[in-house]
Write a protein that binds this ligand. Structure first.
Ligand SMILES: Cc1ncc(COP(=O)(O)O)c(C=O)c1O
Length: 443
């Protein structure tokens, strides 16, 4: 479908696809083909040398996947996107294309545990260095910049404690130093928040989560705002310097504002191969059709549950910026008027109660995912963030009694009954009155 500016719920259904002859299928066809026949030799040579756009082999592009890429770019307000097999590979490729070898990153200390593993273990093995800082403090980002810094990395809504950042302030610091900002927008989704509107350069997603909304596929997305200036060939040799791989051309002179995306696709997706399959792309596209509706329903459920849990004597803290005394409450009202997505966390007064509480839940499944239609619970310290050191857990605000909830689309009264029933069964004395606990929430 011709690109034009629609509101989010229209874009979710129409962007990137127009039914075409001879059959005019209403939903996006699944092109399960590894390769594409070239009409003649000359066209094949043009396509392989990247002088003509088109599909050669599905590791680097597929028509079904391309619809998802166009839809994701339209939703996030970018100039283009690249889909990957998982969110993890989206984060990896987005950063590899910026690092230009063993560079340095400044990263939030409140990141998904798998991203922390990537940065502190796998990237470290290849000489990449990372400085982790408190993302809420723009001065901390500025102070961590070195000559080798090639990117800032943060989550728009942090996992699992739902802390927020003043992204505009952070992107101003980054751009003043010639550094691009990568934002993982998995928890918020573009139906609630668009990082590019606040100055982000690259947006990444685990499309496994709320973009799909059904928990039946894995996928990732990299979306480029197309506005970052990569023209300094000393800083960005892979983009701005001539390369033998591109027959002596630089990606920047060939592709202009799409040079970064071309680097991701033609080098990193091509060489490393974490490609999204066509059936998985179709599954994500089906999910995206209902994104705005689901985000609104999830937010309503989150608010109900946070209110219901806040005064319970077995609950020490509820972590969600909808709580008026939460540190990020004003920021949430200013920048996240449609909510922060389907996740919130809370701390049990007695961490020793975590196993019995989790095992007594009947509706909430103990499962390591978020954004599913079903409500899920995890214990981050033992599960999603289990490889973080005690210091890293403390910096991320994750305690031994912290439980993360991904609220599904069930009826909120049923969900609350399940949580409260299990909490009531715990023998716990509140550490302090509930009102005070809220005052100190997420301090
Ligand atoms: C914020 C965030 N980013 C990235 C990922 C990685 O995504 P995937 O599991 O699709 O590889 C996750 C997974 O939980 C996540 O929560």
């Amino acid at each position: 479908m011709a690109s034009r500016q629609w509101n989010s719920s229209t874009t979710e259904i129409h962007a990137g696809y127009t039914p075409a002859a001879p059959h005019r299928p209403m939903t996006v066809p699944i092109y399960s083909s590894a390769a594409y026949q070239f009409p003649d030799y000359a066209t094949a040579a043009q396509l392989f040398s990247l002088r003509q756009p088109g599909f050669t082999y599905s590791r680097t592009g597929n028509p079904t996947v391309a619809v998802l890429e166009e839809r994701a770019a339209a939703l996030e307000g970018g100039i283009g996107a690249i889909a990957t097999a998982t969110g993890q590979s989206a984060v990896s490729l987005a950063l590899l294309a910026l690092l230009q070898g063993p560079g340095h990153l400044v990263a939030s200390n409140k990141l998904y545990g798998g991203t922390v593993d990537l940065l502190t273990d796998t990237f470290a093995d290849f000489g990449v260095t990372v400085t982790f800082i408190n993302p809420e403090d723009p001065d901390a980002w500025a102070a961590a910049i070195t000559e080798k810094t090639r990117g800032f990395l943060l989550e728009s809504v942090s996992n699992p404690l739902i802390t927020l950042v003043d992204l505009r302030a952070i992107t101003e610091v980054a751009h003043a130093a010639g550094i691009p900002v990568v934002v993982d927008n998995t928890l918020a989704t573009p139906a609630a928040y668009r990082p590019i509107d606040f100055g982000a350069d690259v947006v990444v997603h685990s499309a496994t989560k709320a973009l799909s909304g059904h928990g039946s596929v894995l996928g990732g997305l990299i979306i480029d705002a197309g506005t970052f200036d990569f023209s300094d060939a000393a800083r960005w040799p892979q983009i701005a310097a001539p390369k033998a791989r591109y027959y002596g051309d630089s990606l920047l002179e060939r592709y202009g504002s799409k040079a970064y995306l071309m680097l991701v696709r033609s080098k990193f997706l091509h060489d490393l191969g974490p490609t999204l399959s066509a059936p998985a792309a179709a599954g994500i596209l089906t999910g995206i059709e209902t994104l705005s509706l689901r985000v609104a329903k999830a937010q309503a459920n989150v608010l109900e549950l946070c209110r219901g849990l806040a005064g319970h004597p077995a609950v020490a803290r509820v972590h969600h910026p909808s709580i008026p005394t939460h540190r990020d409450h004003a920021l949430a009202q200013r920048d996240f008027p449609r909510g922060t997505g389907c996740v919130f966390s809370f701390d049990l007064v007695d961490p020793g109660n975590v196993p019995v509480f989790v095992d007594s839940l009947r509706l909430f499944a103990l499962a390591a995912n978020i954004g599913d239609a079903r409500s899920l619970v995890v214990h981050p310290a033992a599960m999603t963030h289990c490889r973080l050191s005690d210091a890293q857990l403390r910096a991320a605000g994750i305690g031994p009694g912290t439980l993360r909830i991904s609220v599904g689309l069930e009826d909120s009264a049923d969900l609350l009954q399940d949580l409260i029933g299990s909490l009531d069964a715990l023998s716990t004395t509140p550490a302090q009155p509930a009102a005070d606990l809220l005052e100190t929430s997420n301090a």
